[in-house]
Design a protein around this ligand. Structure first.
Ligand code: UTP
Ligand code: MG
Length: 579
C-alpha cells in the first residue's frame, strides 16, 4: 500500500509542520498567562503594584498567538486530508482493478460482501489512520512531551511529581489498548458478514418476498447486526475504563503540585502564576493522553484494515496474460484436445473428462446434454474464465493460454445462461457490447435477436430503462437483449449458453434463421437442453456426465447415438402430451 504514497508524501510532511506551529502556540499560552498573573496582576517584580498596560499588551499578544495557532491548525488539517484522502483513493482504485482481474474462484474465496467492505469501509479506516498519523499523533506527542518539558522547566519538583504518575498512566493506557487490539480484526469480519446478508437480501428481494421469508431474513440480519454491535461495545468498554483511571491519576498529580507549589510560594521559591501555568500544562498533557487512546483505536483498526486490503492487493490473478496479441489468419476455429477439468474450488471431481473435438470457422455447433452434464463448464474454458486441469484449448490454432486475455476475449461474444443486464437503457445495454456501435447497428442486432419488435412496442422504445438486474423485462426479453449485446460485438465466435431457453419455439427458430443469414462467417456455438434448438446445427456434440458421447449431425445422431435418441424421444413425447 505504501507505494501509493509516492505522489502525496509532501502533503504528509507539510501537515505535521503546521501542527508543530499549532502546538507551539498552545504551549506558549500558559507561560504568557503566568506573566499576566505574576507581573500584571500581582506585580511581584514591582513591589506588589500591578501593571494594567502589561496585562493589555499580553492579552493582545495572546489573541494573536491563538489566531496564529488556529490558522496553523486549519492548514495542517487541510494538508492531512489531501494526503489521506488521495492515498485512500489510490488504494481503492488499485484494489478495484485487482478485483476485476480476479477469477471466479478468487472472488468466491473473499465473498462479495467482504470485497465491498474492504474497498469501502477498510479504505476509510486507512484514511483515518493516515490523517491521525500526520496530525493527531504529532499533536499528541508534541503536547505530551512539550507539556512535560514546560512543567519541569517551571519547577523541577513539579516534573518529579509527573514522573511518579506517568508510568501508571502509560501502563493503564497500554493495558487497555493491548486488550482491545485483537477485536479490531473481528470487528471487520463482522462487518463483512453484515454486508453479505444485506447484499443477498437486497439483490434477492423477489425470492425473499415470494417465499415469505422476511421474518427469517430479518432474524439473520439482526443476528449479524447484534454480533457487530456486541464486538463494537466490547472495544468501547475497554476504552471507557481507560479515561477515568488516567483522569484520576492526573488529578492526584494536580493536587500534589498545587500543595507543593503553595509551600514554595510561602517560601518565595515559586510564584502563583507558575502554579497556574503548571495546572494548565497538566490538563494539556491529560488531554493528549485521552487523544492518544483515540489514536490507538484508529491505528489498531487501520492496521486490521491494512492487512485486509493488502490481502486483495497481494492476490495474484490466477488466470495470467499470455504474450500473443491475437492476430491470426484463421478466424473462428476452436479445438479441444484431451481436455479434462475440475473446478478449483470444488472437491477435485472431474466435471469434464478427456474431451476432444474441433469447430470450424463459420460452423453452427450445437452442444446438448442434460442439466449438470458440463456444458457451461465446457464453454467457459474458451474465453479462459477457467483454465483446463489437463489438455489444451486452441482458438484459431493458438493455445488460449498464450493469448493476451483481452485479445482472446475480444474474439468471443458470450450470451450467458443468466442474462446479466445493467440498470441503464435498453440501448445502452446493447451498446455495452461495442462502444463504437451506431444506432443502425444497434437496431440491426436487435432485429436479428428478435428483440426489435418488443422494444419498439414500448412507449420509450430503445430508451426504456432496464431496472436493476433487468427487472423491468420478462425473462425472454432479457435473453434477447443479452443476445443483441453479444451480436453487436462483431466477434469471430458467438456462444449462446442456453440463452434462448425462455423463448417460444417459433421465436427461437426465427432467431436462429436470422443468425444463420446475417452471421454466416461467424462460428456459432449453441448450448441447449431442447433438441429443437440445435437440430439444424451443422454438428451437435452430445455431452453426458462430463464426457463427449458423440459429435455429428442430427440425422446421424438419431440413427447412431442412444443418448441423443433417448432425449429426442422423451422430448417428442413431452410435446405430444402437451399438444
Ligand atoms: P455445468 O454448469 O457445466 O452444467 O456444471 P450444465 O451442463 O451447464 O448444466 P445446465 O444445463 O446449465 O443446468 C457441471 C458440473 O459442474 C459443477 C456442477 O455441480 C455440475 O455438477 N459445478 C458447476 C461446480 O462444481 N462449480 C461451478 O462453479 C459450476
Ligand atoms: Mg449451464
Amino acid at each position: 500500500m505504501y507505494k501509493f504514497l509516492k505522489k502525496f508524501w509532501l502533503f504528509g510532511l507539510i501537515a505535521p509542520l503546521f501542527m508543530l506551529g499549532e502546538v507551539s502556540m498552545d504551549l506558549i499560552q500558559p507561560r504568557m498567562m503566568r506573566i499576566i498573573i505574576d507581573d500584571g496582576v500581582l506585580g511581584l517584580n514591582n513591589s506588589n503594584v500591578g501593571d494594567l498596560s502589561l496585562i493589555i499588551e499580553m492579552g493582545i499578544k495572546m489573541i494573536g498567538i491563538v489566531a496564529l495557532g488556529g490558522i496553523s491548525g486549519v492548514l495542517s488539517g487541510v494538508f492531512a486530508n489531501i494526503f489521506s484522502q488521495n492515498w485512500g483513493n489510490e488504494i481503492r482504485k488499485a484494489c478495484f482493478k485487482n478485483v476485476m482481474n480476479f477469477s471466479f474462484e478468487q472472488t468466491d474465496r473473499f465473498s462479495t460482501g467482504s470485497l465491498i467492505t474492504r474497498i469501502t469501509n477498510d479504505v476509510t479506516q486507512i484514511q483515518n489512520l493516515a490523517a491521525q498519523c500526520v496530525r493527531g499523533f504529532v499533536r499528541t506527542s508534541l503536547l505530551f512531551f512539550g507539556g512535560i518539558y514546560c512543567v519541569s522547566s517551571l519547577n523541577l519538583k513539579f516534573g518529579v511529581v509527573l514522573a511518579c504518575v506517568l508510568p501508571f498512566v502509560i501502563f493503564s493506557v497500554m493495558f487497555f489498548i493491548l486488550k482491545a487490539a485483537p477485536f479490531f480484526d473481528i470487528l471487520q469480519a463482522k462487518l463483512d458478514r453484515l454486508n453479505n446478508v444485506l447484499r443477498e437480501n437486497v439483490s434477492g428481494a423477489r425470492v425473499v418476498k415470494a417465499y415469505v421469508k422476511e421474518d427469517y431474513e430479518l432474524k439473520r440480519f439482526e443476528k449479524a447486526n447484534n454480533e457487530l454491535v456486541d464486538t463494537q461495545l466490547r472495544v468501547l468498554k475497554f476504552f471507557s475504563y481507560m479515561s477515568p483511571i488516567s483522569n484520576m491519576l492526573f488529578n492526584i498529580a494536580t493536587v500534589v503540585i498545587i500543595k507543593l507549589g503553595a509551600i514554595d510560594v510561602q517560601n518565595a521559591a515559586a510564584t502563583p502564576g507558575s502554579i497556574m501555568a503548571a495546572v494548565t500544562y497538566i490538563s494539556q498533557i491529560m488531554h493528549s493522553v485521552m487523544m492518544l487512546s483515540n489514536i490507538f483505536q484508529t491505528v489498531s483498526r487501520g492496521k486490521a484494515s491494512g492487512k485486509r486490503l493488502n490481502e486483495i492487493l497481494n492476490t495474484q490473478p490466477i488466470i495470467k496474460d499470455g504474450d500473443f496479441d491475437g492476430n491470426t489468419e484463421i478466424k473462428g476455429k476452436i479445438e479441444f484436445k484431451s481436455v479434462s477439468f475440475s473446478y478449483p474450488q470444488g472437491n477435485g471431481e472431474l466435471v469434464l473428462d478427456d474431451i476432444s473435438f474441433s469447430v470450424n470457422p463459420g460452423e453452427t455447433f450445437g452442444i446438448l446434454g442434460s442439466t449438470g452434464s458440463g456444458k457451461t463448464s465446457l464453454i467457459s474454458l474458451i474465453p479462459r474464465f477457467y483454465d483446463t486441469s489437463s489438455g489444451s484449448v486452441y482458438v484459431d490454432g493458438i493455445d488460449v493460454k498464450n493469448y493476451k486475455l483481452n485479445a482472446l476475449r475480444s474474439k468471443i461474444a458470450v450470451a450467458l445462461q443468466r442474462s446479466e443486464l445493467f440498470s441503464v437503457s435498453i440501448k445502452e445495454n446493447i451498446k455495452w457490447g461495442s462502444a463504437f456501435a451506431d444506432d443502425e447497428e444497434i437496431e440491426s442486432s436487435a432485429k436479428t435477436a428478435q428483440a426489435y419488435e418488443f422494444i419498439t412496442a414500448k412507449a420509450e422504445g430503445f430508451e426504456t430503462m432496464v431496472g436493476e438486474k433487468g427487472m423491468s423485462l420478462s425473462g425472454g426479453q432479457k435473453q434477447r437483449v443479452a443476445i443483441a449485446r453479444a451480436l453487436i460485438k462483431n466477434a469471430e465466435i458467438l456462444i449462446f449458453d442456453d440463452s434462448t431457453s425462455a423463448l417460444d419455439l417459433k421465436t427461437e427458430a426465427k432467431l436462429y434463421k436470422a443468425l444463420k443469414e446475417n452471421y454466416e462467417s461467424v462460428t456459432k456455438i449453441i448450448i441447449a437442453q431442447r433438441i429443437a434448438s440445435v437440430k439444424d446445427a451443422d454438428r451437435i456434440a452430445v455431452i453426458d456426465n462430463g464426457k463427449l458421447s458423440a459429435c455429428a449431425d442430427h440425422k446421424t445422431l438419431l440413427a447412431e447415438n442412444e443418448i441423443y435418441r433417448d432425449i429426442y424421444e422423451s422430448q417428442l413425447k413431452g410435446e405430444a402430451k402437451l399438444g
